[in-house]
Design a protein around this ligand. Structure first.
Ligand code: UD1
Length: 422
């Protein structure tokens, strides 16, 4: 197991490219199940979760080739799928494995998917996915911890679905089920996240009929088949935000290449409030850290609100801001695992239910830290950039699941960050 050794106090300078979005790439890989030809994905980030999804699709009988023509590309051919199953050992490491359920049911009529267990950041059930698929005619049995799913003999049927909570992968799962279903599916209270839009756009490039992407109502008319295509994954807004939080904490000035301006409004507005100077330069963004960060309050919300996936990194910033910040997590009930670790660096954070009150301190000092989940680990890395002396961060496999070489990117900007086999 690798660990990272970070010595804080070095400002960041230079330029770095934003990678493709993990949370768009995962449903796009699952969408390959729907195609009757190979799907080529470009601008893929190289990270752990995508390799897991690749293993899962290979297990099912698919051909998944990463880096055949270029490092950030993959070709996926699921036309000879013969085992529509997602086993526990793969699902337990990555909840997003549940994304294969909708495509398997609509293309192959059956699926066996291990029920995702609890997870560090909350209970995270998939009841809403199942309820929506059931409304389309699917039948579910629970056996030995697996969901055994079947579509009616003549396929899933379009219907009207109202999600009682906005769910990102739930919306994607249902969209992938509906594109090959009979008739029209109307999805109300659909997630509007850019990754949902990217998945929908790729499905349309494959021949699907979807209206309303980016709004809370989707209208999907089922087609009889989808073809393979080539599709470039959208840049990762969370990686972009993480790099901005890093420069805010470490100080300095960086240029983010391929910055996804259009989908960053809530993050940009909040980071500007803290004093970060952000200037668009064509499709890039220049970010300059202020001499002192100012405290700002934030509440996480579904898109276009402030993303829960940026909450931990924002909290890291606030540990050194001038003033007091109130951070409210409204999406997940237990997404404050980073608080105890940030305190080890000297942060002053009080927790009450879903709210954290962060009183900015003058300085942080390095400590041994343990990552608990993906975004928590990112927050520890960037907080360490602002800490005096050395920090050691254990369990960085959480980081590697969702970031393409974040330590290398920060190192290329001048951070002192070293990976050691622990
Ligand atoms: C996705 C993202 C994750 C992000 C989250 C919220 C991927 C692979 N992951 O996760 O990075 O943090 O969106 O933006 O895209 N819920 C239920 N029942 C369900 C489904 C969800 O109660 O069937 C609840 C969840 O527990 C949570 C809320 O709804 O409280 C939102 O979760 P959801 O949007 O589904 O998150 P994910 O799709 O799992």
């Amino acid at each position: 197991m690798d660990k990272l050794i970070v010595t804080g106090g070095r400002p960041l300078h230079g330029q770095v490219r934003v990678s493709g979005a993990k949370n768009a790439a995962l449903p796009l890989m699952a969408a390959a199940i729907l195609a009757n030809g190979p799907l080529k994905l470009t601008n893929l980030p190289v990270l752990g979760d995508l390799l897991t999804m690749g293993r899962l699709l290979t297990f099912m009988g698919g051909r998944v080739e990463f880096g055949l023509t270029a490092k950030n590309e993959a070709e996926l051919d699921l036309t000879r799928l013969n085992r529509p199953e997602a086993p526990h050992e793969l699902v337990k490491t990555m909840r997003a494995s549940a994304l294969v359920l909708g495509p398997l049911l609509s293309r192959w009529g059956r699926a066996k998917v291990s029920l995702p267990g609890g997870c560090a950041i909350g209970v995270r059930p998939i009841d809403l996915h199942l309820k929506a698929l059931r409304a389309m005619g699917a039948d579910f049995d629970l056996s030995g911890g697996d969901i055994v799913a079947k579509a009616p003999a003549d396929g899933l049927k379009g219907t009207e679905i109202h999600f009682e909570t906005v769910t990102v992968t739930g919306t994607e799962n249902l969209m992938m089920a509906a594109v090959l279903a009979k008739g029209r599916t109307v999805v109300a209270n659909a997630a509007r996240e850019p990754e949902v839009v990217d998945t929908g756009n790729a499905l349309m490039a494959m021949g699907a009929k979807i209206e309303g992407l980016g709004s809370d109502t989707l209208v999907i008319d089922g087609v009889t088949s989808l073809k393979g295509t080539s599709y470039a994954v959208t840049p990762d807004r969370i990686e972009a935000g993480t790099l901005l939080a890093a420069v805010a904490l470490a100080g300095g000035e960086i240029l983010l290449l391929d910055f996804p301006h259009a989908v960053m409004a809530s993050v940009i507005a909040k980071l500007k409030e803290t004093g970060l100077e952000l200037t668009p330069e064509g499709q890039h963004l220049r970010a300059k850290a202020p001499s002192e960060l100012m405290a700002a309050d934030v509440a996480t919300l579904p898109y276009p609100g402030f993303p829960t996936d940026m909450q931990a990194q924002f909290m890291a910033m606030m540990t050194k801001a001038q003033g007091t910040s109130v951070i409210t997590e409204t999406i997940f009930e237990n997404r404050f695992m980073h608080v105890a670790e940030l305190r080890r660096l000297g942060a002053d954070i009080a927790l009450e239910g879903r709210t954290a009150v962060v009183r900015g301190v003058k300085s942080l000092s390095g400590a041994p830290l343990t990552a608990s989940d993906l975004r928590a680990s990112a927050s520890l890395v960037i907080a360490s950039l602002a800490a005096k002396e050395e920090s050691q961060i254990y369990r960085v496999y959480h980081l590697d699941r969702g970031y393409e070489g974040l330590d290398q990117k920060l190192g290329s900007l001048g951070a002192s960050i070293r990976r050691v086999k622990a």
